[in-house]
Ligand binder design. Structure first.
Ligand code: 5GP
Length: 221
């Protein structure tokens, strides 16, 4: 049986969410009991707590879709997903935008260790299409220091789009090194390392339908 998590996620809602993934319930259940080490999970070692449950994420993505629909009425925006972390968010978001739209993807690498960026950003995969004269929206998973978003905005602005806005599911304001505005923000989150809903740790956890934090702090994993 799932115990009520101390961080306020309703165990009922969690149970409903996890019922879609019955195989995970047994393996993840230690993570719902703060009295037990999350490392007891064979499948997802290190998962500390569910920070955003699936329902909360889906509601926020729907809200962002409504806002973008209203703001871009009469236009055909290009939704640019930043691979790979934003792939799931991007896929869900575009289905909540009730407009004619186009999609493209870009991929960058930020160098550093597993949980911290060094500030060096490199383009790995460019867009397939020109954005000259296009209303482009950059769709990011998470803005941490802001260095990646700053790099992408400067790079894309130089291609002369009609407009360029940014949308990030998560933002960690306390970690910002560059004061870069984000036009659409899903959730402002604290300085923890998050996985799930597209976010990875060493390429794992992307398929979790919720967002969880890894360890108590950055030295835990
Ligand atoms: P930046 O520091 O440049 O804003 O973020 C660079 C990248 O680091 C993000 O696009 C994301 O891929 C990764 N990142 C930053 N914080 C987290 C986090 O909490 N979890 C995961 N999985 N990736 C993160």
């Amino acid at each position: 049986m799932l115990t009520m998590p101390a961080w306020g996620v309703s165990s009922g809602a969690v149970a409903v969410g996890l019922s879609l993934f019955p195989g995970w319930v047994a393996k993840l259940s230690p993570c719902y009991d703060l009295g037990m080490s999350s490392d007891q999970s064979d499948t997802f070692p290190g998962l500390k707590e569910i920070f955003l449950e699936e329902k909360q994420i889906q509601q926020k993505v729907a809200d962002l879709g409504v806002r973008i629909t209203q703001d871009y009425r009469g236009k055909t925006p290009l939704l640019i997903g930043v691979l790979r972390g934003a792939a799931i968010f991007h896929a869900d978001l575009i289905r909540h935008i009730e407009l004619k739209l186009r999609v493209d993807f870009i991929s960058v690498a930020s160098y550093g260790d597993a949980t911290k960026t060094s500030g060096e950003v490199q383009l790995i995969k460019d867009l397939d299409t020109s954005i000259r004269g296009v209303d482009a929206i950059l769709v990011e998973d998470i803005v941490d220091t802001g260095l990646t978003l700053d790099y992408l905005v400067r790079n894309l602005e130089s291609r002369r789009p009609a407009s360029l806005r940014s949308c990030a599911l998560l933002s960690k304001p306390s970690r910002r090194c560059i004061d870069i505005p984000i036009d659409y923000v899903g959730f402002e989150v604290p300085d923890k390392f998050f996985v799930g809903y597209g976010l990875d740790h060493q390429q794992k956890y992307r398929n979790l339908p919720f967002i969880a934090s890894l360890g108590n702090d950055r030295t835990d994993f």
